[in-house]
Ligand binder design. Structure first.
Ligand code: FES
Ligand code: FES
Length: 202
């Protein structure tokens, strides 16, 4: 008569050995998987070669893949007109244009805008002449300390081009992402209103 070799728990020796072998295989693979993860992590920190087209000029850069567009412009290219305020997407000081659309450069990876046409405050004037929005901010004293001003102006240019500057209420609403700690808001609205009229005539 065959003896029942099953363990009282229901796990027989054959099952025990097969599970043990599988576990050993997993244990042997685990260090390789970890090594791969470590290699991937190292790859993620390796410098990334890319070209950014800013204000009509191509700039070749080698950046940490985590570099924001704001830091690429300010720290790597010396384009310090774009300001770092909160660095968290809350103040609008870092606003610039990517393919004509306003973006918060502190929340935008430089690598994600390769191939796009980027415009900073330094690229707004043409042939030595201030952009109508820049001139209007001066004419209306639309700043005090000036720290928010480049972001305000870039946002205002896009606001007009989007068709969101038809009256003061609309200007206030569509410029609400740009904070001014000096509270120059009435003058900013007046500047955008005047520049909008001029930009429509261009
Ligand atoms: S610095 Fe980007 S939103 Fe404040
Ligand atoms: S002018 Fe000072 S923060 Fe706007």
């Amino acid at each position: 008569m065959l003896r029942d070799r099953s363990h009282p728990t229901g796990v027989d020796r054959r099952h025990f050995l097969s599970v043990g072998a599988s576990s050993a295989a997993v244990t042997m693979l685990a260090p390789n998987a970890q090594a791969q993860r470590n290699a991937d992590a190292r790859d993620a920190r390796d410098p990334l070669d890319l070209t950014l087209s800013i204000n009509g000029r191509d700039h070749r850069l080698s950046l940490d893949p985590r570099t924001t567009l704001l830091d690429a412009a300010r720290e790597h290219l010396g384009l310090t007109g774009t300001k770092k305020g909160c660095d968290q997407g809350q103040c609008g000081a870092c606003t610039l244009l990517v393919d004509g659309r306003r973006v918060l450069s502190c929340l935008t990876l430089a690598a994600s805008v390769e191939g796009a046409a980027i415009t900073t405050i330094e690229g707004l004037s043409q042939n030595g002449e201030l952009h109508p929005m820049q001139q209007a901010f001066i004419d209306h004293d639309a700043f005090q300390c000036g720290y928010c001003t480049p972001g305000q102006i870039m946002s205002a240019v896009a606001c007009v081009q989007e068709g969101h500057a038809s009256d003061d209420a609309q200007i206030r609403e569509y410029m609400s992402g740009n904070l001014c700690r000096c509270a120059a808001y009435p003058n900013i609205v007046a500047a955008v209103r005047e520049a909008a009229a001029k930009m429509r005539d261009i």
